[in-house]
Design a protein around this ligand. Structure first.
Ligand code: RIB
Ligand code: CA
Length: 330
């Protein structure tokens, strides 16, 4: 594939592979992108979420270095978009007790910062860039605050986030990426940028299990041993109670795969709003398909296409070819 026909993306992520006890799955999604000749990754930006932002910055930088890539990594800052919200989510920036496997890269290493990098790169490549967001949306909301015109320059957002017709995973109402910073998510849905939303509804159809990790472990390459050491504690925590045995959902890898091959899913348009004032429902993604009574009367203009079904075998094949085989052949 020649340079010019590659699609340009920026990956916004909260990668925990490298921090024991964090959800390591973002890094599989990043590897999927790195091993996709159809894509040109213009940058990786890190955000507070699965791990405090300094650890995510360190883990992404380590991944890029160990896999011999020359992709710029920029980081967001600790905290959420809204100061009041930050009081409730402050603990996301703490969790000092987690054992760190990758060398800590201080935030001061990055003068520019993620939001400004996003603004500048999207404007330099106007209408060409897709943001693939696989963490909370703080950096994107801050980028929109720096330059409200940004929405005109972004081609699309493919977002792992939300729950459309199923319960949430962090609370019954909310999915983690939206719940971690609901005000940011609300602003992004209001921004006018075309959004492809990849919610729990479809992510729950994916699985990475102990048997796959064992295969990776058989490769003595230091990077495979690092993957094993990072993923093992999360499988033991086994937070996805809806998965048989120990396993994790490939939420972020699915979003990356749908950025690459949108036809792997079936979509329905919806007008999505985010609950920011709920006592029990903060971070809920309220999806109006214009089928409710009010939806039929007022017909709000859709702001997202929502993946509601996927070709599971098609996704598994891509994951196997571009992530598992890549690791097994290191
Ligand atoms: O709810 C799923 C999301 O939060 C994913 O992006 C995953 O990284 C997680 O922890
Ligand atoms: Ca993530």
């Amino acid at each position: 594939m020649n340079e010019e026909s590659r699609r340009k993306i920026i990956i916004d992520t909260d990668p925990a592979m490298g921090t024991k006890g964090g959800d390591p799955e973002d890094c599989f999604a990043i590897m999927l992108a790195m091993n996709s000749p159809e894509l040109e990754i213009l940058g990786i930006t890190t955000v507070q979420g699965n791990v405090p932002v300094e650890r995510g910055f360190s883990n992404a930088s380590y991944l890029v270095k160990e896999l011999n890539q020359s992709i710029p990594v920029h980081t967001g800052r600790p905290g959420t978009f809204d100061k009041e919200r930050n009081k409730k989510r402050e603990w996301l920036g703490q969790r000092e007790q987690m054992e760190q496997l990758t060398p800590i890269r201080p935030l001061e290493d990055d003068d520019k910062g993620a939001p400004l990098f996003i603004v500048e790169t999207c404007k330099e490549n106007s209408k060409e860039i897709e943001l693939v967001t696989i963490g909370p949306l703080t950096n994107i909301a801050q980028a929109l605050e720096i330059d409200p015109e940004l929405s005109k320059h972004v081609n699309k957002i493919t977002m792992m986030g939300g729950a459309a017709t199923v319960q949430g995973n962090v609370t019954p109402a909310a999915e983690f990426n939206i719940w971690a910073d609901p005000e940011s998510a609300a602003n992004v849905f209001k921004s006018g940028i075309p959004i492809r939303m990849v919610p729990l509804d479809v992510c729950h159809k994916t699985r990475f299990g102990r048997e796959q990790l064992n295969t990776i472990k058989e490769n003595e390459h230091p990077f495979c041993q690092f993957v094993q050491e990072s993923v093992d504690p999360w499988l033991k925590i086994n937070p996805n109670k809806n998965i048989e045995d120990q396993g994790l959902h490939l939420y972020d890898s699915l979003a990356m795969a749908l950025s690459l091959f949108p036809d792997l899913a079936e979509y329905k348009d919806a007008y999505v709003t985010v609950e920011t004032k709920g006592e029990f429902t903060d971070g809920e993604t309220v999806c109006e398909f214009n089928e409710s009574i009010m939806g039929q009367i007022f017909k709000p203009q859709p702001n997202a296409e929502i993946a509601l079904d996927i070709d599971v075998n098609g996704f598994n094949k891509i994951f196997e070819e571009r992530v598992l085989n890549f690791l097994l052949n290191l």
